[in-house]
Design a protein around this ligand. Sequence first.
Ligand code: GTP
Ligand code: SPV
Ligand code: MN
Length: 596
Amino acid sequence: MALTTNKAVLEFVDKAVKIACPDKVLWIDGSQEQLDALYAEACTTGEMIKLNEEKLPGCYYHRSALNDVARVEGRTFICTREEKDCGPTNNWMEPQKAYKMAEDILAGSMKGRTMYVIPFSMGPVASNFAKAGIEITDSIYVVVSMAIMTRVGQAVLDKLGDGTDFVRGFHGKCELDDEKRYILQFPEDNAIWSVNSGYGGNVLLGKKCFALRIASFQGKNEGWMAEHMLILGIEYPDGSIKYVTGAFPSACGKTNLAMLIPPKSYLEKGYKVWTVGDDIAWIRIGADGRLYAVNPEKGFFGVAPGTSVKSNKNALESTRKNSIFTNVVYNPNDGTVWWEGMDKNPPTNALNWKGEPWDPSKGEKGAHPNSRFTAPAENCPCISKFWEDPDGVPLSAIIFGGRRAKTAPLVYQARDWDHGVFIGSIMASETTAAAAGAVGVVRRDPMAMRPFIGYHVGDYFQHWIDMGKKITNKPLIFNVNWFRLDEEGHFLWPGFGDNFRVLEWIIKRCEGKVDARETEIGYMPYAEDINLEGLDYNICEGKKFDKTVLESILTVDKEAWRQDADSIAEFYATVGDRLPKELANELETLKKNVAQ
Ligand code: GTP
Ligand code: SPV
Ligand code: MN
């Protein structure tokens, strides 16, 4: 039975029923009872496997289709009425053509099956900044994942009332045919259609499709920002907390930074890190002229490989109950899961992510590199008291960071807001397994948003510049790079918990408590101002880490930057005449500064 009398919602559901012809329609009310029944049904069909109730209570295992393991950027389209409004970083399809194509693919695809209608909210339901969506899907995996990642159920419909301001999401697994897989965003219609996938960011429509692609477009029109950013709070021994956001491309360290445990020497003094969000931030200007960030999600869809007690204890603990594991190693003997980098004891007689018997000694990986956990944020031992604050948390700093073997130093600070926007706009990073395609290729990924800007990238840059004019109390902007390599390919910086040492410098800069040197690219720390006290595993990938290594990653390699400036100019040329003049000027300044 429908859970609402809202005409617009009912019309949308009717239309979907006419297209996909399900046998049954089930409205998701958000009750645990209903979710339990769906998990049980998915276990009878093999779509999910219940894990060991003692070791992993309420946890389930899922495998996606072999051809469906990551976002598909090449098959993701921004369907604006005018092609010129989608810009050079997006694929474009004419909206009527896109609807028709998806309708043909979905036609009759739910015959003999159930259609689920998920009312969901991005942001706490009661928040003035929350936005509602309806996702239609034929996947129980999607329903239960959405129930972890977003607020779902009756409360969302009650708040929506007769309103029409909701995102219409229509997902169908269809044949999981990768040749007919399409992720279609219609920013001008508040609509998302997704066909032939059953995986992650392609199908949990509240996440990348809505909270970034559609929301970035809404934010431009309504004067706020939707960003691919973690949000964290740093608590000082005196109890004060400073908040920062960080934009890092997919699989480049957001979840890890968001849940960081400070080094022992800091813990002993009373420093703590609190997680507000690990992937997406909705950011607005508060009455006091500061920026405030809200995490629109309710859970973490995190990269499993590499997550261990040592690297990210808080993430691992978040997954110990009521979580879903996708495409990791499954051990049928005791109903547990495993992935590379969890510990040094892979299970024997287990199954790899494809469901095949797997022998760890043969060197083949058991978990897919983009295997993931879906865990409720409330499980996280370091979740902030303010993570559901309807108004968000005030920002002291914004951090950008890519995965770059060379060129980008450990940390530098923008001279001012416009220079900070420039630094974000020129971010480059090596591609990762989070998206289908080649891994390790350096590409421009402005603000870590390249795959997620729902409109023209030039207008997006302009929006950042325009926001700067309205924020009277601006956060400072920084760039970091945890991923510098030596000639043999070893990481030069210890990373993970030790990134706190850089965060401390960043906050000191915000408070005017530490000096910096002005360089060609911005302000950089004096090496002695990065606190290396108690660097207890004084070793980075088998090599000693010391002040000399630190100094080597706090230099400006002018030749490398000259080359980078040329590549930035090439990227900017593709942005065309919508590139803000402020950014063109910043590029000229950079070129001059590194000229010889
Ligand atoms: P998405 O969920 O795809 O948006 O990814 P994310 O940005 O949250 O990345 P995540 O924190 O899951 O990290 C991805 C990979 O980067 C993992 O393999 C981590 O082990 C690795 N990583 C994270 N932080 C660091 C670091 O400081 N140093 C090094 N060397 N690796 C890191
Ligand atoms: C990312 O790729 O940035 C993710 C995973 O956070 S997904 O939800 O698949 O987009
Ligand atoms: Mn992400």
